[in-house]
Design a protein around this ligand. Structure first.
Ligand SMILES: *[C@@H]1O[C@H](CO)[C@@H](O)[C@H](O)[C@H]1NC(C)=O
Ligand SMILES: *[C@@H]1O[C@H](CO)[C@@H](O)[C@H](O)[C@H]1NC(C)=O
Length: 293
């Protein structure tokens, strides 16, 4: 078969099986040499939303692509998924570095923001509808990005992570590192946590990132106190207090912790008997992002 005919057949096959996860190498400045993969469904909405989905320590973009049902929701709802990947520090995100903890300074955070910019430009995405989610180290980086780049991310959903800047001053990011202070439940006052966020982007007065925080109460690797601290941080940033708790949402094991007006900006979930990591609830995350009814 002539090569061009083979190409026609192959592209027809890929249409039948739908879009696939594809690596992008030219997305822009990449100081920590991390990878970008994207999943662009065949049918996009006009001006599509973008979700960055971050793998846990030891993971990869390709394994995490299979780790949640987000790709099938992207097919149904027409948004774009970005899957960053790192092979640094046992495949953990650099949530402790000054680069990532400072707006525009560098680190994995800057590279991830450059991936978002690339996708916004390439697919005429909607800059008002950019989201970030992740599990474990990916959840820690979700908090970091929300703190350093509130102008980029409208909302975040963090599964079993820690507050923004919890690892600041630690020699490396992983909870397996010699310094367990953060992962074992480092505490600060809400004002101190909020100051970390404000100091990451001095002078910024724009929109803040809405945050959804998930954690298992039987997590001994990254203690549930870490989620309590993250909620202290984001509720202080938003100036909201804990107004209501609802047990049994989204399932019997969980209690939903709502801040302000029904948790519109800050919301937590704690799972009784849930360990590391809390399973991703795609529907609740997409509803919080406003991408699903
Ligand atoms: C350990 O990490 C915490 C932050 O998580 C930091 O405040 C502290 O300085 C670090 N200690 C050492 C010895 O690196
Ligand atoms: C919600 O639950 C937390 C954790 O148990 C508790 O500290 C807080 O007082 C509760 N808030 C309300 C409004 O009942």
């Amino acid at each position: 078969m002539a090569l061009h005919k083979l190409a026609v057949v192959l592209s027809a096959v890929s249409r039948v099986f739908g879009a696939s996860l594809t690596q992008v190498t030219n997305f822009g400045e990449n100081p920590t040499k991390i990878q970008m993969f994207e999943y662009v469904p065949d049918k996009l909405t006009e001006s599509p939303a973008i979700i960055v989905n971050l793998h846990p320590c030891g993971g990869s973009a390709t394994s995490w692509f299979r780790g949640t049902r987000m790709p099938s929701y992207a097919d149904q709802l027409g948004f774009i998924l970005i899957y960053p990947g790192t092979t640094n520090m046992n495949n953990c995100w650099d949530v402790q570095s000054e680069g990532s903890l400072t707006h525009g300074k560098g680190g994995d955070a800057l590279a991830i923001v450059n991936m978002v910019d690339y996708a916004l430009k390439t697919y005429s995405g909607d800059p008002e509808h950019v989201y970030v989610m992740g599990s474990s180290s990916g959840a820690m980086m979700t908090n970091v990005l929300a703190g350093s780049y509130p102008d980029v991310f409208e909302a975040g959903s963090a599964y079993s992570g820690v507050a923004h800047a919890c690892f600041a001053g630690a020699p490396s990011a992983t909870p397996m590192s010699p310094n367990q202070t953060c992962a074992q439940g480092l505490t600060h006052t809400p004002e101190e946590w909020a100051a970390f966020v404000h100091n990451s982007y001095p002078g910024y007065e724009g929109r803040r990132t809405r945050m959804q925080i998930w954690h298992g109460n039987s997590d001994f690797l990254v203690r549930p106190q870490c989620a309590v601290e993250a909620l202290k941080q984001w509720s202080a940033v938003w100036g909201e207090t804990n107004t209501k708790n609802v047990t049994g949402v989204p399932s019997a094991a969980y209690t939903q912790i709502l801040f302000g007006d029904n948790g519109a900006n800050v919301m937590g979930f704690f799972g009784q008997g849930v360990g590391h990591t809390a399973p991703v609830n795609e529907e609740f995350t997409l509803r919080f992002f406003g991408l699903m009814d």
